[in-house]
Ligand binder design. Structure first.
Ligand code: FE2
Ligand code: FE2
Length: 182
């Protein structure tokens, strides 16, 4: 008779996918959320870099324009991973907040980058748990860019870079709470 009482660490219990849905299916769904955040970032950086006015923001606007191109590369990489896993890449972006105020635009971008980093940190762990080491590696590369973006934005705002290293999961849950689609 086998009674399992010791083998379940809280981490393993939390990261187990819900019943009725394979880990791979759930990973595809979560990567589609990441892809929608990349689309959001592309749109925000394209628009904000062009509407940001004033001598004080010239260099910052140029930096945002550079971010737009990097976010496009991320979107392509994530879409490729979704396709590789047998999923269908999403076509709709997460919503972009319209703004004409430079400080607000920078703050919105920073908040989105921080949220994106939270998700990608979790995604690396999930990919490794599923043995998808190459996908994890691609996401690590993207994470380096996102952290650079986060630093650039925090510097432009003159504030500390938000620290997410002690957080284990994105706000609102992720791995074990994602809802099935159709
Ligand atoms: Fe990105
Ligand atoms: Fe970014």
């Amino acid at each position: 008779m086998t009674v399992r009482t010791m083998s379940k660490s809280p981490t393993a219990a939390n990261s187990r996918p819900p019943e009725g849905k394979s880990g791979r299916e759930q990973l595809i769904e979560l990567l589609n959320g990441d892809l929608r955040r990349e689309y959001q970032a592309i749109i925000a950086y394209v628009v904000y870099s062009q509407v940001m006015k004033g001598a004080a923001y010239m260099n910052v606007a140029a930096e945002l324009e550079k971010h737009a191109g990097e976010e496009l590369q991320h979107a392509i990489i994530i879409a490729k991973q979704i396709d590789y896993l047998g999923g269908r890449p999403a076509v709709d972006p997460m919503p972009v907040h319209p703004s004409g105020d430079a400080q607000e635009m920078l703050r919105l971008d920073l908040d989105n980058e921080t949220e994106t980093i939270r998700h990608y940190r979790q995604r690396v762990r999930q990919c490794e748990e599923l043995g998808e080491f190459a996908v994890a590696e691609h996401i690590r590369d993207i994470l380096m860019d996102e952290q650079d973006h986060q630093i650039a934005l925090a510097t432009a705002l003159g504030i500390e870079v938000p620290n997410v290293s002690n957080e284990s999961e994105p706000a609102g849950g992720d791995w074990h709470t994602a809802k099935p689609t159709g």
